[in-house]
Write a protein that binds this ligand. Sequence first.
Ligand code: AMP
Length: 408
Amino acid sequence: MAGILALKDEQMKWNTLDDMDLDGKKVLIRVDVNVPVENGKVTDITRLDRIAPTVKEVINKGGKPILLSHFGRPTRGFDLAMSTQQVIPALAEVLGHRVHFASSCIGRVAQEAVDTMPDGDVLLLENTRFHAGEQANDPEFAAELAQLGDAFVSDTFSTAHRAHASVEALARLLPSCAGRLMQEELSALENALGQPERPVLAVVGGAKVSSKLELLTNLIKPMDAIVIGGGMANTFLAAQGYQVGQSLCEHTMQDTALDILAKAKAANCDILLPVDIVVSREFKAFAENKVRNADDCPQDCMILDAGPKSVEEINKYLETVKTVIWNGPLGAFEIPPFNAATDAVALHVSELTQAGRLLSVAGGGDTVAALKKSGAADGFSYISTAGGAFLEWMEGKTLPGVAALEAG
Ligand code: AMP
């Protein structure tokens, strides 16, 4: 990713590893080892790679890393298929250290494993979600976890929107800090949304207005401009009296869409809607399609992408901004050629970022997939892999796992 991501650490309200004396300390690290596993083998080590810097730094500082993580969504206690034990070979390889395992994250078993682990090794505890106290943010369960360590490092932004015991309550019981991955993520988001260089533009795409209503409403104030794309743009076009044919459209949300446009106007936030559209009779790859003006969707067609004039307009606008924050595709990107607008705009953001003219941050599951597919992802300043947490941050919500760290 581009190197223009200047970390404004002085703005950070939480401790980092630089603030902690970890020599000789037992250090509980909340990580996310919830990686895909097939036939007992880890098939994607991205998440393990990303926690490695923090774990290695803790060892280098003389600390004993004790890793806590959830795995999957167990509903009734222990479930072998969701044991964290299965990631140990891959984790050991990524870390280059021996990784021991404790078959419970609390109690005597965990305590013994902590007491007997040699210096320079790593201990991974069993899935925190095997205990109901984890998701209930139970103080007693958190206190049992806290007994195992002298300090706490949180390195999982992707779960920071959940008030779970190993994410929230635990951070309040021990001297705490953000790990390097968490720090990187928080810095990137703070630079894009907290005190961004202006003008700042948001690209909000995706399927429905209803799922991103809060996001759109909350972005009006901090943004100078918002590009609205994807299926949700259809609702805005319909609200303006345009025919949208068979398009995905939430007709009951039209008043809400008009309200958003009025609020944006009052706040001097420019809204960019498609001026032309790509329409087709079928929702399938390589379906016959046509470019039409935005007010000219035939009755038997659906809008599946923004057209070339819209792309030109957005890309021209991008030349005037300093910060871009992106969630959601501009069209049905999974079925070519309706990925064209998403690709063209993403590649332009990437080029401007690489030229040092933009800071660009993108996040959310579908968004990451769309940007990777376009080939633009590597050119962005920062891509957040945290789906729910990224959206909640963009919505301006307080994330429990981050707020708890502010206590230090
Ligand atoms: P979201 O999860 O809200 O970000 O929505 C992403 C989904 O919206 C993707 O699966 C896209 O295919 C879909 N999408 C984007 N634009 C359209 C469109 N014009 N019509 C139908 N689906 C769309």
